[in-house]
Structure formats: structure tokens, C-alpha cells
Write a protein that binds this ligand. Structure first.
Ligand code: MAN
Length: 505
């Protein structure tokens, strides 16, 4: 059917040069095609598909002769022919011939019901007027939009030109700074190495001394614990130390020392490596407990009437505060690394200064890199035929639909969030223009949004229409987690005065 309609229209579209004014009218045939229907010298008509030749009088005789139906354009005899309504005052159009004289008005001029007894009023003027007003409205929007589009295109191009222009000096500046940055980096590394080396040496020296001191303390204690001076400590000797009396029964049992001395007797090596730290901890613990107990007792005494007077109590408290475990104090002091000597502080100061100088230049380079990258990204992006879309690069447009606010950010990320909420669900990032070869900039595709529960990653397709202002006019979700936005923008307006309308009047 469609193919046939195309065959019918083709000669008109090709613009045939014929002196149509003198042509004899044929019902259902437009003026532009009448030349195909004029009688030949032999009074015959050749079907338009060339399939056969019939008598001229057989045209529109309500009997279908031609396979393509071309002999019956004005009757309903052929199922595959088309009747042309001229619709003067409105828009001419073809209707299938089976609608001719079917008692229903199809053409606005009523010409399809010429023999059915049905009176169809001619409403073409009325329709034509309304259509012209509507067309003019659309054209007026397009005209204004197109004007804006041209201005935005100019801005976009200027932006692109300036990015292109700026990028070379930026690259140049970066190249100029780079040797300085490299030199400062090498210098920074060198002084940092010196600083680290000196600090390591200092720490290692202190570490060696610390280990030695600890060994001395362990030796002293070992000698104290080794009551019979046999060079070994056995359980019996260990049991003489009341701080191991875990259950506070005033007596250190075999069991209470067992976990500290797991072998029969310990020589100094074993004592140092496996017992010293744990015994020290136990002794510290014991002292803390004793201190706490004493304080409790003092509290109790204070509460009693015959409590010692305040002066006595204070004196006692002072005494206890001074009572620090001397072993602990020594250990704490040895565990604290002595402050760095001035030459190391000097090296650190140098390293700090070198870092500061390097960071200063490095920040400049990073800043330049960011600007160069931004310019490159801009010039590599597709902002439309004339860069007009660059104007919307960092803009977003909202629309509330039911409980959600939808946001469309051309070249960015689309979101869906509850009205009034922060954040939101990603409906995808800009992927590409998707209007196809003929109308590339009429659609956009956004993908890789937030995964849909039991479904695909969310995505959005944007349908772009001409409008006077930028506006997100419609949001739907035709399939679960697949969204469709309609966006109106001057950027999609074409010049209405340049559009050629092929109307058949
Ligand atoms: C949320 C919204 C809806 C979507 C469902 C899918 O409620 O993102 O648009 O259809 O999740 O589970």
C-alpha cells in the first residue's frame, strides 16, 4: 500500500513540466498527475504499471481492470487504489478508494461522497485556517528558538576557540615549569633521604642502648630472684615473691608460679626472653592493686569518727604519691627516645623547606594539567553541529513527577530522588547522542546508572524537541528502571522559513 502511494507521488515530487491547465480533469486524480490520464489518439489508456491497455471509456467505470488499480482512482472498484481529495483551502491528501462513496465523509471538501447521497459539508477553509494558525504558532516558536540557538552556537564556538587558543600557552607554561619541578623533586628527595638516614641512625643507637639497659635491669632482677646464686631460678625461689600471690591468701603456691616458669629452672637467657616482661607486668599489677586497697581503707577510716585528722591524712597521701615503682620509672625513661639533636632538627627543617618549595611548583603543574585536561575534554566532546550544546554543559533541569524529582544534566548524570531529599538514585551517565544518522542530535542516551533490584542498571533516553526555553517537559518509565525524558530546547529548533513543505493543493 505504502509503496503504491509512493509510486503515485513520485512524478509529482520529480516536478514534471507539463501544461496542466488544459488537461481534462479525472475524478480522484491530482492536478499534477492528470497528464498520465489524458486520452491517447487511439482512445485507450495504458495502466500505470504498464500491465495492460484498456479503452479510455473504461477509466472510472466502477470496474477494476488494471492490476495496480490505476484505472479506478475515483471509484471504490479496486482495493488497491487511492483517491485524491483536493481539499482546496486546506491540505490535499490521498485516501484509499474503498472509502469513496461509503457514506462517511473523509475529505474535508466532501469530494469522496459525490455519489452516495450523503451531503458532506466543505469544512476545508475552517480546518485550513486552524491548521495555519497552529503551524504559525509552531513556526513562531521555532523562529525564536532558532534565533537563540544561533546565539548559543556562537557562544559555544567562541568557548571552543578560546579553549583551543588557551591550551597551547598552558602546555607551554607547563613545559617551562617542568624542569624546575623535576629539579626541586630531586632536591627534596635528597634532603629527605639525609633526614631519614640521620633519624634512623639516632633511633637505632637509642634502640641498642635501650636493649642494653633492659638487659642490665633483667640481670639485676635475675640476681635478686636467684636466692642461692646458682645461676638458675627455680619455682621455690620464685615462690618467695609475694606479688605472685594472685589469690591474696598470703602465700605463693606452686600453681601460682607455674605459668611464669614452665620449665624446672630458668637460666638468664630463658628468664630474659620468656619471663622478664611477664613478671614485670605481674609486679606492676600487684603494686597497683595494693595502692587501690590502701586508698579504700583510707576512705573507710575517714568515714569513722576517730579518723586521723586531715593533716595526717594528707601527709600519708603525699607519701604514697611519691611511691612510684623505681623499676617502672627506669623502664619508662629508657623506653622514651631522647629528643633529636640539633643537626637532625636542622636536616628536618631543610627537608620541610624543600618539600614546601616542591609542593608549591607541583601544585602549579597540577593546576595546569587540570586546565589542559578540561580544554582537551571540551574540544574532544560532541557539542552538536555548531557547538551550541556547550551552553548546557554544566546545567541541570528538574521536573517533579509524583513523589520524585527527576534531574536531567546533559553530559552529566541524571538522577531520581524523593521530593525535597538530598542525593538520589543515579539514572545513568551521558553515553552518546542516539538520534541515528539522520537526526543524531534529537536523542541522547544515558547508561550505567544504579542497579535496579532484580533488574538492569538504570538508564535514560532523552527525546529532544524544539522549544523556546530549556525545559524538561515529561518523564516516564516505560519499562522498569528504563526512563524516558522529553526535553524542549531552542537547541533543537531549525529555521522554519527554510523548511520546504511539499503540499499537494
Ligand atoms: C525505585 C525507583 C523506581 C523503580 C524501582 C525499581 O522505586 O527507582 O523508578 O521502578 O525502584 O525497583
Amino acid at each position: 500500500m505504502l509503496l503504491q502511494l509512493l509510486v503515485l507521488l513520485l512524478p509529482a515530487a520529480l516536478g514534471e513540466d507539463v501544461t496542466q491547465r488544459q488537461l481534462k480533469p479525472v475524478k480522484g486524480v491530482p492536478h499534477s498527475r492528470l497528464h498520465l490520464y489524458q486520452s491517447s489518439t487511439t482512445d485507450t489508456f495504458r495502466c500505470l504499471d504498464g500491465s495492460q491497455t484498456i479503452l479510455y471509456s473504461q477509466l472510472n467505470d466502477d470496474y477494476c481492470d488494471c492490476k495496480d488499480g490505476s484505472d479506478e482512482p475515483g471509484t471504490s472498484a479496486c482495493g488497491n487504489a487511492f483517491f485524491y481529495c483536493s481539499n482546496v483551502g486546506h491540505k490535499g491528501n490521498f485516501i484509499p478508494t474503498n472509502r469513496v462513496n461509503d457514506k462517511l465523509c473523509d475529505c474535508c471538501d466532501g469530494s469522496d461522497e459525490y455519489d452516495s447521497g450523503v451531503e458532506c459539508p466543505n469544512i476545508c477553509d475552517e480546518l485550513g485556517r486552524a491548521a495555519r494558525i497552529e503551524r504559525e504558532k509552531i513556526a513562531s516558536v521555532a523562529r525564536k528558538g532558532f534565533q537563540k540557538r544561533q546565539e548559543l552556537a556562537k557562544e559555544g564556538q567562541a568557548l571552543r576557540d578560546s579553549k583551543l587558543k588557551d591550551v597551547e600557552p598552558l602546555r607551554q607554561e607547563r613545559a617551562n615549569i617542568e624542569p624546575e619541578r623535576a629539579r626541586l623533586e630531586t632536591e627534596k628527595k635528597a634532603v629527605e633521604e639525609v633526614e631519614k638516614k640521620l633519624q634512623d641512625e639516632h633511633r637505632n643507637q637509642w634502640e641498642a642502648v635501650r636493649i642494653e639497659k633492659k638487659k642490665l635491669r633483667a640481670t639485676d632482677w635475675f640476681d635478686e630472684l636467684d636466692l642461692d646464686k646458682s645461676g638458675k631460678i627455680d619455682r621455690e625461689e620464685l615462690r618467695q615473691n609475694l606479688f605472685l600471690d594472685n589469690d591474696h591468701d598470703g602465700f605463693v603456691s606452686e600453681d601460682e608460679v607455674k605459668s611464669y616458669l614452665t620449665i624446672d629452672e630458668a637460666d638468664f637467657e630463658h628468664f630474659q626472653s620468656s619471663m622478664y616482661d611477664r613478671l614485670k607486668e605481674a609486679r606492676h599489677q600487684h603494686r597497683e592493686e595494693m595502692k587501690y586497697k590502701e586508698e579504700q581503707e583510707k576512705e573507710k577510716a575517714k568515714a569513722l569518727e576517730n579518723a586521723p585528722d586531715d593533716d595526717d591524712l594528707l601527709a600519708e597521701e603525699d607519701r604514697h604519691e611519691e611511691e612510684e615503682d623505681p623499676e617502672d620509672v627506669r623502664a619508662q625513661e629508657d623506653d622514651k627516645m631522647p629528643a633529636y639533636p640539633p643537626e637532625i632538627n636542622e636536616a628536618s627543617e631543610k627537608a620541610r623547606e624543600a618539600r614546601r618549595l616542591f609542593d608549591e611548583v607541583n601544585e602549579k603543574v597540577q593546576d595546569l594539567d587540570a586546565k589542559i585536561r578540561e580544554a582537551e575534554d571540551f574540544t574532544n566532546s560532541d557539542y552538536g553541529e555548531n557547538y551550541e550544546w556547550a551552553a548546557l554543559k554544566d546545567k541541570c533541569f528538574d521536573r517533579n513527577v509524583q513523589q520524585y524529582t527527576y534531574q536531567f544534566c546533559p553530559f552529566g548524570q541524571n538522577t531520581q530522588k524523593d521530593v525535597g531529599a538530598y542525593g538520589g538514585t543515579s539514572l545513568g551517565n551521558f553515553k552518546n547522542w542516539s538520534g541515528g544518522e539522520t537526526n543524531k542530535y534529537s536523542k541522547m542516551h544515558f547508561g550505567d546508572g544504579q542497579q535496579c533490584w532484580n533488574g538492569p542498571k538504570r538508564s535514560t533516553d532523552i527525546s529532544i524537541e524544539c522549544g523556546e526555553e530549556n525545559e524538561l517537559v515529561e518523564v516516564t518509565e516505560p519499562a522498569k528502571c528504563e526512563y524516558l525524558f522529553t526535553f524542549r530546547t531552542p537547541l533543537a529548533c531549525t529555521d522554519p522559513d527554510k523548511e520546504i513543505v511539499h503540499d499537494e493543493f
